[in-house]
Design a protein around this ligand. Sequence first.
Ligand SMILES: Nc1ncnc2c1ncn2[C@@H]1O[C@H](COP(=O)(O)OP(=O)(O)OP(=O)(O)O)[C@@H](O)[C@H]1O
Length: 227
Amino acid sequence: MSNTIVELRDVAIYQRENLVLSEINLSVNKGEFVYLIGKTGSGKSSFMKTLYGDLPLTQGSGMVTDFDLRALKERDIPFLRRKLGIVFQDFNLLPDRTINDNLLFVLKATGWKDKEEMAAKIEEVLGRVGMKTKGFKFPHQLSGGEQQRVAIARALLNDPELILADEPTGNLDPQTSVEVMKVLQEINRNGRTILMATHDYALLLKFPSKTLKCDGSKVFEVVQKSV
Ligand SMILES: Nc1ncnc2c1ncn2[C@@H]1O[C@H](COP(=O)(O)OP(=O)(O)OP(=O)(O)O)[C@@H](O)[C@H]1O
């Protein structure tokens, strides 16, 4: 089996007719933790959207897990998304139901049927993010950091091959950001591949890892200076 989770060759990314990024050549291997950095408007979100099939790939070639992005049809997208865990800046939890029911909703929507298996899975993912005892709460009863932990737990439900996190600490204070980051690091240590877009350079210094930068419509790997 291939060790590569993401492979982009000569990719250009457009928003409508505007070229956002071009000549992208990169791969992400299984088990890596990769940052995607760059100024606001440099194309980080467009890059992430291309990987999860929200922005069609029209130029170059791209593979994400075993999906060919150029050949991706509308009907393939739910299947691609099942191989991915996606975490956003705003936690996107459904406000009208408890944490357990938020997770149950996703399991049912992705084809799970067995009640006991679903309950066990929910307990497992909440345990991984340190939220096992809070499943009965509603999102508004949790802090931002706790809501983001739940969003990460939700991303883990279908054992994704790749976690795409777009500014996951963007709405959190510095200390809470570090806590959420530790959760992501732990998940990565357990073997999961993570690609995280961020503009939080303090986190990069605290948790150094492979870093890709969007700048001047290019994406390139940067070598972090040691602190
Ligand atoms: N739906 C859209 N339609 C047209 N242009 C868009 C759209 N979304 C983004 N853009 C443009 O594409 C470029 C890249 O935006 P993108 O959101 O990918 O940047 P970003 O690096 O994620 O920025 P931020 O850190 O502010 O989220 C910007 O010039 C933006 O104005």
